[in-house]
Write a protein that binds this ligand. Structure first.
Ligand code: ADP
Length: 175
């Protein structure tokens, strides 16, 4: 099972996979962090696609996910999911983070995509403690893969050394 999970350090906008996941905000209209990087790299087609989804269904609630085209990115699609803002741990943050990963994976499966890359959702501006977030990400994805044949490959794309170490330790423990 663990061979279906890989850790990569770098910029998610450069990864050639079927789908990349965006740690979006509820507006779906772009923001800072990885969201801003994805919109800058994807260009106006992605923003137009997000505006269309926004018009059709309004804001995206925490834990939910939507899928769009990927504009100029090497990926074929972008899954936009909204992670929880960390409020101390008593505001359903763990369940919402699990939902964000699971609902993103479900869209990847439903669209027949074979590979997906995730950033460390909620661990930047949203302030989720990194070790706890990495454990939830890893366990939620591992559990999902035991019952689904798609995606075949999941990449955790870590932007910094700390997240890379955390994810590599989890992968080594599960090997
Ligand atoms: P959130 O609002 O969900 O916390 P952020 O974008 O602020 O989202 O941060 C989520 C994670 O994405 C952080 O760990 C941050 O270091 C990382 N990140 C920022 N830019 C990139 C990028 N270009 N590729 C991959 N990860 C990134």
């Amino acid at each position: 099972m663990q061979s279906r999970i890989q850790i990569v350090q770098g910029d998610i906008t450069t990864i050639s996979v079927d789908a990349i996941v965006n740690a979006a905000n509820p507006s779906l209209l772009g923001g800072g962090g990885v969201d801003g990087a994805i919109h800058r790299a994807a260009g106006p087609a992605l923003l137009a696609a997000c505006k269309k989804v926004r018009q059709q269904q309004g804001e995206c609630a925490p834990g939910h996910a939507v899928i769009t085209e990927a504009g100029d990115l090497p990926a074929k699609a972008v899954v936009h999911t909204v992670g929880p803002v960390w409020r101390g741990g008593e505001a359903q943050e763990e369940r919402l983070l699990q939902d964000a990963y699971r609902n993103s994976l479900q869209l990847v499966t439903d669209n027949g995509y074979r590979s997906v890359a995730f950033p460390a959702i909620s661990t930047g501006i949203y302030g989720y403690p990194r070790a706890a977030a990495a454990l939830i990400a890893f366990n939620t994805v591992s559990d999902y893969l035991t019952t689904h044949s798609l995606p075949e490959q999941v990449y955790f794309v870590c932007y910094d050394d700390e997240n890379t170490r955390l994810y590599q330790r989890l992968l080594a423990q599960h090997a």
